[in-house]
Design a protein around this ligand. Structure first.
Ligand SMILES: *Cc1c(COP(=O)(O)O)cnc(C)c1O
Length: 419
C-alpha cells in the first residue's frame, strides 16, 4: 500500500481499520482539558481494559460474600483460577497448555527457571546475554553466577558490530562455535527492549543446542506483541511479564514456559511449595512431595486472584480478537509510523529498529542526533507519552489494540515541529 503523509489519509486508514472499535474498550488517559494523550508506552505499561474492573469486582464480591468458601463456590472458583488463564496464554506465545503457567513476577520466574536449567560445571558455566540486555536480566544472571561460585564477569555479551545497533545472528553462531564448550546457558531477550529487534528464536535455540547449551528467552517485549511460537522454536524455557503488551496492570503476574521435552523430568532440581505438588493429593498435607508435570511444576504458592482477574480480562479480549488480526494491524500501523518518520527527511533522525516488519514488533526506537532529555519533556508537554533512553533514543510503541493511525500521524507532526 502506498502511504501518504496527510491527516486525511491517516483518518482514512482508521476508517478502514476493522479493529478501530477496540480503542473504546480501553481507558485512554487524558490531559486536564479532556484531550486524549497520545500514548506510546504500551511497551512499558499497557492501558487498562474497561472490563478489568468488572473482573476484579467479581472476585471482591465473592470474597465478601463467601470468605474461604470462594475457593470452591465463587463464580470462578479460586482453587483452579490460574487454569482459566493457561490455554489463552499458551496461544499468545505459541505453546501447548502443558508448557505454560501464570505465576510470580518476571525476574522471580527467571530465577526459578535458572535454578532448574542453569546447571554449571567447573568447565561449562558461562552465560551469554545481549550487550543491551534489560538491566534486571543482567543482574539476575550475574547473581546466579555468583550464587554458583563464579564471577559476575563470566558473562559473554552478544554485541552489535562496530557502528551498528542491531544484533547479527552470525555473531552468536561464532560465539557458540568458538566458546560453546564453556557456555552453560544463553538467556536472550526475544524482542530487544532497546532496539525493538525481534530475534530468530528458533535459530538461537538451534545454535545453543548445537553445543549443549540451555536456551532461555525473555519475552517481556514479545508477549502480546509478536508471535514467538515457543513450542516450535524448541527453546528450553521462557518468561514474560503481563503488564506491558498484555495490559494486565502495574506489577501484574508473569508467564512461564517450560518446553514439553522437559515436562516429565521430575529429576530436574527445583524449588518446591505446595502449589507444585500433585493436585490430587495437595490437600492431604502429609504426602511426600510429588511434583506436577509441565510448567505447573514450577509454581510455589497459591496465586493472587485479584491480579489474575485482571489477566483474565485481558486474555479474554485478546482471544476474542485473535492475535493474528492484531499482528496484521500492528505491522501496518508501525509501517505507517516508519513512513511518516522517514518523510520528515532529517539527517538528525534515525530509526534503529529493523526495517523488515518480520524482525520487529510494534515498537520503533528513534535516535535523534544531539537531542537530550528536553525533547522528551517537550513531547510530554504536548500530550505525547514516550520512553526516553539515554543518550538519545525515544522508544515509541503504537499498540494495535488501542492506538490509531491518527495517533501516529499527530505524534510525528508534533515531533517534526519540535526538531
Ligand atoms: C520489563 C522487563 C523486566 C522487568 O522485570 P520485573 O521482574 O517484571 O520487574 C525484565 N526484563 C525485561 C527484558 C523487561 O523488558
Amino acid at each position: 500500500m502506498k502511504f501518504k503523509s496527510t491527516l486525511a489519509f491517516a483518518q482514512q486508514l482508521d476508517k478502514a481499520d476493522t479493529l478501530a472499535h477496540l480503542r473504546n474498550q480501553f481507558h485512554i488517559p487524558k490531559d486536564k482539558d479532556g484531550n486524549d494523550w497520545l500514548y506510546f508506552t504500551g511497551n512499558s505499561l499497557g492501558l487498562q481494559p474497561k472490563s478489568t474492573k468488572e473482573y476484579i469486582s467479581q472476585e471482591l464480591e465473592d470474597w465478601a460474600n463467601l470468605g474461604v468458601e470462594g475457593h470452591f463456590e465463587a463464580k470462578n472458583p479460586w482453587l483452579n483460577y490460574h487454569e482459566y488463564l493457561t490455554a489463552k496464554m499458551a496461544k499468545i506465545v505459541g505453546a501447548k497448555p502443558l508448557e505454560v503457567v501464570v505465576m510470580n513476577t518476571l525476574t522471580t520466574n527467571l530465577h526459578l527457571l535458572m535454578v532448574s536449567f542453569y546447571r554449571p560445571t567447573k568447565s561449562k558455566y558461562k552465560i551469554v546475554i545481549e550487550s543491551d540486555a534489560f538491566p534486571s536480566d543482567r543482574y539476575a544472571v550475574q547473581s546466579q553466577l555468583k550464587f554458583h561460585g563464579f564471577s559476575s564477569d563470566d558473562i559473554i555479551e552478544w554485541k552489535p558490530r562496530k557502528g551498528e545497533e542491531l544484533l547479527n545472528i552470525e555473531d552468536l553462531e561464532e560465539i557458540v562455535s568458538t566458546q560453546g564448550d564453556e557456555i552453560a546457558m544463553l538467556l536472550i531477550g526475544g524482542v530487544n527492549y532497546y532496539t525493538g529487534q525481534f530475534l530468530d528464536i528458533k535459530k538461537i535455540a538451534a545454535i545453543g543446542h548445537s553445543k549443549n547449551c540451555i536456551v532461555g528467552i525473555d519475552l517481556a517485549h514479545g508477549a502480546g506483541n509478536i508471535q514467538p511460537n515457543l513450542h516450535d522454536s524448541n527453546v528450553d524455557f521462557a518468561a514474560w511479564c503481563t503488564y506491558k503488551y498484555l495490559n494486565s496492570g502495574p506489577g501484574s503476574l508473569a508467564g512461564l514456559f517450560v518446553h514439553e521435552k522437559h515436562s516429565k523430568n521430575k529429576d530436574l532440581p527445583r524449588f518446591a511449595g505446595w502449589w507444585n505438588h500433585n493436585k490430587e493429593t495437595r490437600f492431604n498435607m502429609r504426602m511426600p512431595f510429588d511434583v506436577m508435570e509441565g510448567a505447573e511444576g514450577w509454581q510455589l504458592s497459591n496465586p493472587p486472584i485479584l491480579s489474575m482477574a485482571a489477566i483474565k480480562a485481558s486474555l479474554d479480549l485478546f482471544d476474542a480478537i485473535g492475535f493474528e488480526n492484531l499482528r496484521e494491524k500492528s505491522e501496518k500501523l508501525t509501517s505507517y509510523f516508519e513512513f511518516l518518520i522517514n518523510e520528515i527527511g532529517s539527517d538528525d533522525i534515525k530509526i534503529i529498529t529493523p526495517k523488515n516488519p518480520k524482525e520487529r514488533g510494534c515498537q520503533l526506537s528513534i535516535q535523534v542526533k544531539n537531542a537530550d532529555k528536553s525533547l522528551h519533556r517537550k513531547l510530554t508537554e504536548n500530550n505525547i507519552i514516550t520512553d526516553w533512553r539515554e543518550p538519545d533514543v525515544i522508544r515509541c510503541a503504537p499498540v494495535p489494540m488501542y492506538n490509531s493511525f491518527t495517533d501516529v500521524y499527530r505524534m510525528v507532526s508534533i515531533l517534526k515541529g519540535l526538531l
